[in-house]
Write a protein that binds this ligand. Structure first.
Ligand code: FAD
Length: 381
C-alpha cells in the first residue's frame, strides 16, 4: 500500500500479501501499525550508534568506498582490497580471510536532492556517481552470482518519487484539523492516500514532537506523491516542478482548506525531496538479481540491506535490513545461532480465517460451503 506502482514486482506484492496477512483484518482502519516514538533516525539509529561507540566501534563519516578486489575461484570468494576516497584522496585497505567486509549494496535514498519553499527539488540523474549503487556495479562485474544492480536502477522514472515535509509554526489548528478528518491520534494512524489526487498524494501525521529538539510551537507533517510527472488538480504544474509552497498548497486544497491557504503558507516551511531510487527495491526482478547475504564460497564478504536476498521477507522495511545483518554476522562468523524467523501467519488457521472474512467484506459466511469449495476434487490415497 505504501509505494507500489502499476509496473512494480508482482512477486514482491505477493510476498507482502502473505507476510502481512495477519494485518488484513485492520487494514481498512489502518490498525496494527507500529510506530517509533520519534522519526526513525532519532528512535533507532541514534541510540544504536551511541551504544556501538560505547563498545569501541569507530564510525568514519565522509568516507566513500568505491570498489573491492575480490579473489574469485570455483570454490572461494575473498575480498583482498577495499578502495575508498577520504577527503578527496584515494586510499586502499588490504584485507584477508581474517577480516570481515559487509557491503550495503544499494540504497533507496541514494542521490536524493532537496528543494526549498521557493525551489523545486531537482532530480539527480547521474548514473556514474551514485554511491553504493556504483560500488555494487563494480562488485557485480567480478562474478555472476554477485547480482544485477541494473535491474533496480536502470529506469529512474519508474523508481523515483517526490516527498515533502511541512513544518507549521504557531498554527496548531491545521494539524488538529487534519487529524480530525481521519479520527487518528498523532502517530497512531497510518498513511492516508488521497485517491482522487492526480499526484496520488499520501500524508502522514506523526506523533509530535517528531524530532528530538523540535520547538514546542512547531508541528511536522510528511507527504509524498507517487506520480511526480502528473499535473496537479489545483496547482496546474507537474509535481516534480513544484516548490515547497506549491506542493503544500495542493495538499491543503485536497484537505478542504482552500480558503485558508495564504494564512497557513505564511506559517509554514516546506522542503521537497526528490528520490530517484525510492522504489528501486520494488522493480521487477528474478532469482539471482540480488546476491545472497553470504555468497557461495565467501570467506569474508557479506551483503546487507534491501538488495540482498532473504527468502520470504519483504523489502522497504527496516526489519529486512536488520535481518540481513543478523544473517551476515551469524553466517560469516559461523555462529550456531538462530536468525529470528520471518513471521509466517499464512500457516495459522486463525489468521487465514480472519483474512478470509475481511476479504469477503466482513459478511457472515458458511464454513461448510467454504470447506466444500476448498475440498472439491481433492482426496487422500
Ligand atoms: C521515506 C521513507 C519511509 C520509510 N518508511 C518505512 C517504514 O515506515 N517502515 C520501515 O520498516 N521502513 C521504512 N523505510 C525503509 C527503511 O528506512 C530502509 O529499508 C532502511 O533504512 C534501509 O537501511 P539500510 O541500512 O539497508 O540502507 P540505508 O539506510 O540506505 O544506508 C546505506 C548507507 O550507505 C551509505 N553509503 C552509500 N554509498 C556508500 C559508499 N560508496 N561508501 C560508504 N558508504 C556509502 C549511505 O550514506 C547510507 O548511510 C522508509 C524509507 C524511506 C526513505
Amino acid at each position: 500500500m505504501f509505494a507500489f506502482e502499476n509496473w512494480h514486482s508482482a512477486l514482491e506484492i505477493k510476498r507482502y500479501m502473505v507476510r502481512f496477512m495477519h494485518l488484513l483484518e485492520g487494514m481498512n482502519q489502518l490498525e496494527g501499525i507500529l510506530h517509533t516514538k520519534y522519526n526513525q533516525y532519532d528512535s533507532l539509529i541514534l541510540p544504536l550508534v551511541t551504544w556501538l561507540k560505547k563498545q569501541g566501534v569507530k564510525p568514519q563519516l565522509g568516507v566513500q568506498v568505491t570498489d573491492l578486489d575480490i579473489k574469485v575461484t570455483d570454490t572461494e570468494k575473498t575480498v583482498t582490497r577495499i578502495y575508498l576516497r577520504r577527503d578527496n584522496k584515494k586510499e586502499v585497505i588490504e584485507t584477508t580471510v581474517d577480516d570481515l567486509v559487509f557491503v550495503t549494496n544499494g540504497s533507496m535514498t541514494e542521490n536524493s536532492s532537496l528543494g526549498s519553499m521557493h525551489q523545486p527539488a531537482v532530480l539527480n540523474r547521474d548514473m556514474k556517481q551514485r554511491g553504493c549503487w556504483t560500488l555494487w556495479e563494480n562488485i557485480a562485474k567480478q562474478s555472476p552470482d554477485l547480482g544485477h544492480p541494473e535491474k533496480f536502477v536502470g529506469d529512474i522514472d519508474r523508481s523515483k518519487w517526490l516527498s515533502f515535509t511541512a513544518t507549521i509554526t504557531n498554527k496548531p489548528t491545521v494539524f488538529e484539523y487534519i487529524l480530525e478528518l481521519t479520527g487518528d491520534k498523532p502517530g497512531m494512524g497510518g498513511a492516508v492516500t488521497i485517491k482522487d489526487s492526480n499526484w496520488l498524494i499520501t500524508w502522514v501525521t506523526p506523533r509530535q514532537p517528531h524530532f528530538i529538539n523540535q520547538p514546542k510551537n512547531a508541528q511536522v507533517i510528511w507527504a509524498y506523491g507517487l506520480f511526480p510527472d502528473a499535473v496537479g488538480n489545483f496547482v496546474k504544474k507537474k509535481m516534480s516542478d513544484c516548490t515547497g509552497e506549491e506542493l503544500f498548497t495542493e495538499l491543503l486544497y485536497h484537505l478542504g482548506l482552500e480558503d485558508q491557504i495564504p494564512q497557513i503558507i505564511k506559517c509554514s516551511n516546506v522542503i521537497p525531496c526528490m528520490m530517484p531510487y525510492i522504489t528501486s527495491q520494488f522493480m521487477p526482478r528474478k532469482r539471482g538479481d540480488r546476491p545472497d547475504v553470504v555468497p557461495q564460497g565467501s570467506t569474508n564478504l557479506a551483503f546487507l540491506g534491501q538488495f540482498a536476498e532473504i527468502p520470504n521477507d519483504c523489502v522497504f522495511t527496516v526489519e529486512y535490513s536488520v535481518r540481513s545483518a543478523i544473517m551476515a554476522v551469524y553466517g560469516l562468523l559461523g555462529l550456531d545461532k538462530q536468525v529470528p524467523p520471518v513471521y509466517e501467519g499464512q500457516f495459522d488457521i486463525r489468521v487465514l480465517l480472519k483474512a478470509l472474512k475481511t476479504m469477503m467484506g466482513d459478511k457472515q459466511f458458511s464454513l461448510d460451503k467454504l470447506l466444500d469449495q476448498f475440498m472439491k476434487n481433492t482426496g487422500l490415497k
